[in-house]
Design a protein around this ligand. Structure first.
Ligand SMILES: [Zn+2]
Length: 715
């Protein structure tokens, strides 16, 4: 056990944070932890530690360790993980629940004395996966069935009235602990219930419901084939999505109401997964979160896509496609506590440095705090020797300062990346074999602009005009033809190959000057490299080249209409001998920009300094005074820009291991004389460390490896 002197000795030069540790009785609200003087009105930034203790296993020692860790790491709330994974025997019986909750009830007052609140993280709603579990005597729950008719041994059907009764009583008992938050774990979903194929549910009860809605008796095979039918969606698609949606909204209400009956002040939060995958089951974010909340504020734990440490660049890509899309999908008043995970647990899985980076970069979600599952689930509890406390204190100091700035993703500016949570209703499947084909692919451009250092944001359709838009996948299928035509006529729009192909197949090629489009396999040798042919210098190179076959996806060979006088072909795709295979990046009518690749999960080949310079040049030329802020010659450094009350804010996230001595911000003309930097070193005026240069600004020093900082421009 670390004593206070050892703990203090472990701190680097963060006196302010250290003062916060020593003096602080942890407050109920979790505010004022940083020593950086947040204002009284500033919202708290909560550290929620998800922790597993096992009843009867060294409880006194585990509690001492927990209290010590809470004090040292500035934990505000402990969410007890109950009957999880390695210790899970299936749906817990009322008798099995008691020892766990009595343990929590013994620890809760001791935490309260230390200013730490108590929450609950029960492991089971439907059950994540069978893993050899079966129903217990007295449990007559209906089991989930997949489309092939395979029945789970313990995962339950969410439509089952017996499950509803079981969960009502179960959640009432949980609520009797009067926790701060009850977390509904991410088994609250239809997919990912091994060993079922994709998930469910196609049990007899569900088949009756699908049949009722279809007006005739359906078999599993007929129904699933209809749902996945390639081409124009079959009416069964809507039945699948609406039944799934209704099932989960109803279940959310049952859980929320059960908690509300017993503990009026307890919040009910949802742990969620990838929004694209939730679209396959027609998730209604608004109704599910409000159903659980039962009149209180909605609470969500968005997934942070790195259970095990990955590279910073890959993390930034996935964080943008998953976590930021989650934040854009939930109701605006939702309290977000992102998912800091570490699995299988310990520093062998993830370093402290990367842990800190995840907490700090989560500022881009506008979070109210963070959930931390950094210790194992089977009873070791908080392990002091892992040494998380110092980095957690440092990260919290910055996170709390950024939270004060209210960096709401809905106030972001930049390229508007269009998305539609209901896209699964309208998108076309290609093979019709897997439910995964119902996942939308709207988020490509957000990840692209994130790693390219271009300000951007997620937006839903709002009849945009005079904006810079970016569309990928089959987004346009969710709109009416007139809406699509208006968007394309009234904005500058970036389209990837999938978006161009979708428009062409919708018969809307003429809206973007396209008369033909066909996919050419990326490994066919026909697309090999991309040659700049516009005579310009990009990234210091004349006649620059890019790959057209390595991790770019397939190539969409586009035929532009002969009567497109404004067509500008900037690059062309060639075979290895240099023969022209077709156009590369092009601009049509001075407002449509095409990047002719798609049908792929890989993206690495699309990223290159030449591509970055080309895209940033096109943005500058086409968007003029609408051009978003971008960073010059960075790699994997994201920039977010916010228009807020009385100020503008730039958030910078360096997801690379490179240090930037200086950072050049282009296309920004904001008054910078009073600009303030918020970094891990505190808040301080920038003075002449931020200077004007060539229509932009230069920040010196720029960013350290994996550093997150913000610049506030008072107005
Ligand atoms: Zn079912």
């Amino acid at each position: 056990m670390m004593n206070r002197r050892e703990f203090c000795h472990m701190f680097p030069l963060t006196g302010a944070s250290l003062a916060g540790v020593v003096r602080r009785p942890i407050t109920q609200a979790g505010s004022a932890p940083t020593g950086l003087s947040p204002s009284a009105a500033s919202p708290p930034f909560l550290y929620i530690l998800r922790l597993a203790m096992a009843p009867g296993l060294r409880e006194d020692e585990r509690v001492d360790a927990l209290l010590s860790f809470c004090r040292q790491a500035q934990i505000d709330d402990v969410a007890f993980i109950l009957w999880a994974e390695e210790l899970n025997t299936g749906h817990p019986t009322p008798e099995e629940v008691e020892p766990w909750l009595r343990m929590v009830e013994r620890v809760k007052p001791r935490l309260a004395e230390a200013g730490v609140t108590t929450s609950l993280n029960p492991w089971v709603v439907l059950l994540h996966a069978d893993r050899g579990r079966v129903l217990k005597p007295g449990q007559s729950l209906r089991l989930m069935v997949d489309r092939r008719g395979r029945m789970a041994s313990a995962t339950a059907c969410p439509l089952d009235p017996a499950l509803h009764n079981h969960l009502r009583k179960h959640y009432e008992r949980l609520a009797a602990v009067r926790p701060r938050i009850i977390w509904v774990d991410d088994d609250f979903r239809l997919h990912n219930h091994a060993p079922l194929e994709w998930g469910g549910c196609f049990c007899d009860l569900h088949m009756q419901e699908y049949s009722r809605r279809a007006g005739r008796r359906l078999t599993r095979e007929e129904f699933a084939s209809g749902v996945l039918q390639p081409g124009t969606p079959h009416p069964f698609r809507r039945i699948w999505l609406e039944t799934s949606r209704d099932t989960m909204v109803n279940l959310a209400r049952i859980l929320g109401e059960a908690v509300r009956r017993v503990s009026p002040d307890t919040l009910v939060g949802l742990m969620s997964s990838s929004p694209a995958v939730h679209s396959i089951e027609g998730r209604d974010w608004e109704q599910v979160l409000r159903g659980l909340a039962a009149g209180k504020p909605p609470v969500n734990r968005p997934h942070l896509p790195s259970y095990t440490e990955t590279t910073g660049p890959q993390y930034l890509w996935d964080f943008t496609r998953v976590s930021r899309l989650s934040a854009a999908s939930v109701p605006p008043d939702t309290l977000l506590y992102p998912e800091l995970e570490n699995w299988p647990h310990s520093r062998f899985s993830k370093s402290r440095a990367f842990t800190r980076f995840q907490i700090e970069s989560a500022a881009a979600l506008g979070p109210a705090g963070i959930t931390m599952d950094i210790f194992d689930l089977f009873g070791n509890g908080a392990m002091a020797q892992e040494g998380y406390a110092p980095i957690l204190v440092q990260a919290k100091a910055l996170a709390a300062k950024l939270r004060e700035q209210k960096l709401d993703p809905r106030r972001e500016t930049g390229v508007e990346v269009l998305f539609n949570p209901d896209a699964s209703y309208s998108l076309w499947t290609e093979k019709g074999e897997s439910f995964s084909e119902l996942a939308p692919d709207d988020s490509f451009w957000a990840a692209f602009f994130a790693v390219m250092g271009v300000a951007h944001t997620y937006r839903r359709y709002a009849d945009q005009k005079n904006a810079v838009l970016a569309i990928s996948g089959q987004y346009c299928r969710g709109l009416k033809e007139s809406q699509v035509r208006n968007l394309l006529a009234n904005n500058i729009t970036f389209l990837n190959g999938d978006a161009v192909f979708t428009l062409y197949k919708m018969g809307l090629g003429n809206a973007i000057g396209v008369s033909g489009a066909e996919w050419v396999a990326g490994d066919s040798g026909i697309p090999s490299y991309e040659q700049v042919i516009d005579g310009r210098i990009y990234a210091g190179l004349r006649d620059a080249r890019l790959t057209a076959q390595a991790s770019t996806g397939d190539y969409l060979k586009i035929e532009y209409a002969a009567d497109s006088p404004d067509l500008l072909i900037h690059t062309e795709v060639r075979d290895p001998s240099g023969r022209r295979s077709g156009p590369g990046m092009a601009v049509v009518r001075r407002r449509i920009v095409t990047l002719p690749y798609g049908r792929s999960a890989s993206h690495q080949g699309l990223l290159h300094p030449v591509r970055q310079a080309l895209v940033q040049t096109l943005l500058t030329e086409l968007a003029d005074n609408r051009c978003p802020l971008f960073l010059a010659n960075t790699a994997n450094v994201a920039v977010f820009t916010y228009e807020l009350e009385g100020r503008r804010v730039i958030l910078l996230v360096n997801a690379s291991l490179d240090e930037y001595q200086e950072l050049e911000l282009r296309r920004i003309s904001w008054s910078h004389e009073k600009a303030v930097e918020i970094s891990s070193e505190g808040s301080r005026p920038l003075g002449d460390r931020l200077r004007a240069r060539e229509g932009g600004l230069v920040l010196r020093p720029g960013l350290k490896p994996l550093e997150v900082k913000a610049i506030v421009f008072p107005q």
